[in-house]
Design a protein around this ligand. Structure first.
Ligand SMILES: NC(=O)c1ccc[n+]([C@@H]2O[C@H](COP(=O)([O-])OP(=O)(O)OC[C@H]3O[C@@H](n4cnc5c(N)ncnc54)[C@H](O)[C@@H]3O)[C@@H](O)[C@H]2O)c1
Length: 285
């Protein structure tokens, strides 16, 4: 897209953290934004932010759980009725479910995969045909995580696989849409540490998925990350920074939005291990 001004965007998990950062950055450039979230308190916060920043007349704040397929269609119908044809779909809602894999329960997988992966596919199934139909072009943004391209670490065992799937899904979607000349761009946001409310994830785990086990949040008991405090470490960045990176990616159709170049050695180490496993003498071919 060459401009987002006047375009209609739909941002899930859009009332807090990175989603709100993306919504604000889109609004800054003149977009109309439907902000959807499962938390009413976050929706109230988004309305307040929009009022303070002067884009309340271009905001639609809607309650939506991304695992609710019927609700998704209703939210998109309402958005298009109120704001106009959907052009920018931002599948951002996610839960910071941690792991570890060897102790994870069915409830952990059902919830983690259900929100972080199936929530994204629900958005694509409900939203993509609408963007294709009007022919004005558009853009799909999916939020994954930098943790999904880095070498494996403790405490990301359930979370990172859900996000790795979102990266792969976006890469394939991009190839398909390009092959069809659909005029719909694609980006996958891979954030490193961003100062958001993600550490509250477990407090809002639905009752049906509640279990007791260690390592349930993205707080890092091994000390690889400092506590969430942007004033204490330059690693923590503000959501609006990620939002502006994302809008840049939409305007320039960039696939990857990788917020933290600081982690490149971890990414390289993973790639090197894969390449080493492809050496002729690695296996008895
Ligand atoms: N904060 C980070 O450091 C970080 C790093 C990598 C990736 N991410 C990803 O960024 C995305 C946004 O997270 P954030 O850090 O801004 O956290 P956040 O908790 O501040 O925002 C996430 C929002 O999603 C909403 N949400 C949760 N489950 C939902 C559901 N089922 N349906 C609709 N909304 C739902 C929450 O209510 C919340 O408002 C997530 O996908 C997360 O995995 C965050």
């Amino acid at each position: 897209m060459q401009s987002v001004s006047g375009a209609v965007a739909f941002v899930t998990g859009g009332a807090s953290g990175i989603g709100l950062g993306i919504a604000r950055a889109l609004a800054e450039q003149g977009a109309k934004v439907a902000v959807c979230d499962v938390r009413e308190d976050h929706l109230a916060q988004a309305r307040q932010v929009a009022a303070e920043e002067g884009w309340a007349d271009r905001l639609l704040a809607l309650r939506l759980d991304v695992t609710d397929r019927a609700g998704y269609t209703e939210a998109l119908d309402w958005t298009e009725a109120k704001l106009g044809p959907l052009q920018i779909l931002v599948n951002n809602a996610g839960v910071g479910i941690a792991g570890p894999v060897d102790e994870a329960t069915h409830a952990d997988w059902d919830w983690g995969v259900g929100v972080n992966l199936i929530g994204v596919t629900n958005g694509l199934v409900a939203g993509l045909p609408r963007i294709k139909a009007h022919g004005m072009g558009g853009h799909v943004v999916n939020t994954a995580s930098e943790g999904a391209i880095m070498s494996a670490r403790l405490t990301r065992g359930v979370y990172a696989p859900t996000k790795a799937a979102v990266i792969s899904l976006t890469e394939h979607l991009r190839v398909e849409l390009e092959a069809k000349g659909a005029n719909i761009g694609t980006s996958v946001v891979c954030p490193g540490p961003v100062a958001t409310n993600i550490a509250e994830t477990e407090q809002f785990r639905p009752a049906a998925y509640r279990v007791d086990s260690p390592f349930r949040t993205l707080e890092d008991p091994h000390g690889a990350l400092p506590p969430v405090d942007p004033t204490a470490s330059p690693l923590w960045i503000e959501p609006i920074v990620v939002g502006r990176m994302t809008v840049h990616a939409i305007l320039n159709d960039k696939l990857y939005v990788i917020t933290h170049p600081q982690f490149i050695e971890s990414v390289k180490a993973r790639h090197a291990a894969i390449e080493a496993a492809m050496a002729p003498d690695y296996l008895p071919h």
